[in-house]
Design a protein around this ligand. Sequence first.
Ligand code: GDP
Length: 482
Amino acid sequence: GKLTVQELANKLDKSASEIIMKLMKMGTMASINQEISLEIGSLVASEYGFELVQGGSDEEELEAIEELLEIEEDREEDLVKRPPVVTVMGHVDHGKTSLLDAIRSTNVTSSEAGGITQHIGASEVMVNGEKVVFLDTPGHEAFTSMRARGAQVTDMAILVVAADDGIMPQTVEAINHAKAANVPLIVAINKIDKPGANPDRVKQELSEQGLLVEDWGGDVICVPVSALKREGIDTLLEMVLLVAEVEELKANPKKRAVGTVIEAELDKGRGPVATILVQGGTLNVGDPIVCGLASGKVRAMINSKGKRVKAATPSTAVEILGLSEVPQGGDQFVAVATDKIARNVAEKRQQMAREEMLKSNQRMSLDDFFSQMGDAEVKELNIVIKADVQGSVQAVKQSLEKLSNEEVAVRVIHGGVGAVTESDVMLAAASNAIIIGFSVRPVPGAEMLAQKESVDVRTYTIIYKAIEDVQAAMTGMLDPEY
Ligand code: GDP
């Protein structure tokens, strides 16, 4: 392999003349379009502390560039406490939106009360002098679609359960989404002001889902609240701080910023606008950044109170202006040293994305489970089960989990009654699971989404057929024994 002086200069983000000078010092005379060997190129690169990747496939080249983006491992002494980022989940009408409103209103200072608070996708509240960040879109859909894109932004979830209604299908979904993401849960039993409220029944139903609340001897924190009457909100927020304390959330503010896009849109006047969550480092106005397939320079930052800020530290959500195009929710962003690196990486990513579109993206499928799992010590097969009646969900779940052995763990990460929905597909995509529908079919939207996300959805009417297929896939993937 060879590359020209200009190409090398581009890779290193230096001027060609600087590279020519370096080469001269090393005893090599070269002009700007002249090809030099990879060995010599590597020598020059190493002078700048970089390594050239030999072989030179696009993928390797991208990796090399992405490595340039990577900032050294955080040193322990650089890590400081950061605020928790919280999502509110639960069944429809159980009071997620009302609870978020109640939380936000506990915190409005009189000077802000009259002002226009502009929605940026996340809000910050102060609890006993400490900051807590809430993502403004309630429900597990946003949470899971981000996770399907490889992003984890929430540190904990508040599960809202209406005291007069109890655990409903979306409550179970939310529990399983949080479990799959390994995110701690705090239960808010809402609507305790209502005459029909029965918190004990909720606790009973929670225990049936494997969540034993503290006053029943378990470890799940549970707070009775009324979003409507604004009761119990302070206690709930204190519990959020408590869990955050236990989780020991930390980040290094002293490096170039990294984080995730919460939401983004094209604004008529302002161009592409993205709300991002800074997860590590500090983002400054003027920083060149790569954001998914977009790049740019941070032209302005607006915080959740609608104020312009110059810097954003870990666990801060800000709206940023200055991107070349609109990124997607769940995209990662990273601040880089120069505009040129930002542009190069974004261009490379766009090229890769186009190539990726042509290939179908790989997710788990039962057919080639074995090859997909490769050399993993314990192979995991995650399954989402949907069935027409609860009895079938249980039967299929038990039969399938019983197939687990020392080498293959079959895990049913979610089971529920009803058609296969978009939410099931996103959960499967996020957890690399397959979906088994028993006497049910996907809703049309779910079918399309499954295709787009390459999620394997299988439907059966006879239980033993499902077991047979899973068993076959498992035998196919068992390591040969001698
Ligand atoms: P979401 O769908 O989970 O976001 O639920 P909403 O926040 O929209 O609430 C659904 C309905 O329940 C609304 O009519 C709210 O006024 C009502 N609601 C929410 N919280 C409470 C509460 O604490 N007490 C009572 N009585 N009603 C509530």
